[in-house]
Design a binder for this molecule. Structure first.
Ligand code: SF4
Ligand code: SF4
Length: 342
């Protein structure tokens, strides 16, 4: 699949993309990364490891240089990380000297500011009003932790802050026992709002922010696990069926329930560690057509599996479908190469 085909034959390009599992997997990855920013770091790592394994094999088989490009990209990412890290450490040090906590409220100009902090169930958003270098009002705009039994504690804490007129730790250190993340999110939101009122408050460089947002988002948490679980489910449940539906002759492989009846009657039983013909059926379900064609030489075509399989599967059936799929892929590739060379 080449990009030039997108201009020459958009419909064909789209179909080739849809029927390529690697492309579909990339789309799922991008969707999950967009919906759950905290998964980006894990997904980036997984993607790098997968590409490294695949391209290392390509290098061994065909001396492909892709692995070197990947190594160069990795080097650039590591370099970028260190540049961003130096900037983050420097800015954090400057921020410490301009913190709005305690007496730091004198640095905050009068006005109304909004800030966001990450609570237990999502982002907590507040609006803080500052007058004569005192916090005079705090309005909670978004508070997903609402159903918490600790809600009344937030109210008491807010009353405390308004009495003091500045941002300080709760007077009772045990006040938020069991609801630390709610408190942290709430406090971070107020702090973020106050920093907006400090003139020349140090900011991370666009590069550092971009890199941190793109790769880290925020630390992996329960949301990351949920995001990865959705990705896994989409891949395992949805994509296996889709793969078989999109490849003519392989639809029945999705119905195989691993009863191994076919293995019992097959005179070959096992070839290169693959149970025959059940393993061929499962490989077909995975879209490993080339591997099926490689293993097809062991099938003697006796047809015993076809007679026994409760869903009408058989070695010869999946082998024929795999050969057809490989043939179609090869034909499309050759046609593309010819079109490009013209
Ligand atoms: S047709 Fe092939 S896969 Fe099926 S039982 Fe005979 S040798 Fe085994
Ligand atoms: S007999 Fe049919 S359903 Fe059972 S493992 Fe073999 S292919 Fe699958």
């Amino acid at each position: 699949m080449t990009w030039s085909r997108l201009l020459r034959d958009p419909a064909g390009f789209l179909w080739a993309a849809i029927t390529t599992r690697g492309v579909r997997l990339t789309v799922y990855l991008l969707l999950v990364a967009a919906l759950f920013p905290s998964t980006r770091f894990i997904l980036s790592l997984a993607l790098l490891v997968t590409l490294a394994v695949m391209w290392l094999q390509d290098y061994r088989r065909t001396a492909s240089r892709k692995i070197f490009y990947l190594a160069a990209a990795l080097g650039l990412i590591v370099l970028g990380y260190w540049v961003a890290r130096i900037n983050v450490i420097d800015v954090d040090r400057q921020r410490l000297a301009m913190s709005p906590w305690g007496d730091g409220i004198r640095l905050v100009a009068d006005g109304t500011y909004q800030g966001v902090g990450e609570g237990f169930r999502g982002a907590i958003k507040v609006e803080v009003h500052v007058e004569d270098h005192r916090i005079t009002a705090i309005r909670t705009l978004e508070y997903p932790d609402l159903i918490s039994v600790k809600d009344n504690l937030i109210t008491s804490f807010k009353r405390e802050l308004l009495e003091k007129g500045r941002l300080e730790k709760p007077s009772d250190p045990d006040m938020f026992r069991g609801a630390i993340r709610t408190l942290t999110g709430y406090v971070n939101a107020i702090e973020a709002a106050l920093t907006k009122g400090i003139p020349d408050y140090p900011q991370y460089s666009i590069f550092s922010r971009g890199l941190l947002d793109a790769f880290l988002g925020k630390a992996p948490d329960r949301v990351s696990l949920n995001g990865l679980a959705i990705l896994f489910a989409a891949f395992m449940v949805f994509d296996y069926a889709l793969q078989s539906m999109l490849t003519p002759g392989t639809g029945r492989s999705i119905n195989c329930y691993n009863c191994a009846t076919c293995v019992g009657v097959c005179p070959v039983k096992e070839a290169e560690g693959v149970q025959m013909p059940m393993g061929l059926v499962l490989l077909t379900r995975l879209g490993e057509y080339e591997r099926v064609t490689e293993l097809s030489k062991y099938c003697v075509g006796c047809g015993r599996c076809a007679a026994k399989c409760p869903i009408g599967n058989s070695g010869p059936l999946v082998i024929a479908a795999a050969f057809q799929a490989c043939y179609e892929a090869k034909k499309a590739k050759t046609a593309e190469e010819q079109e490009v060379s013209v």
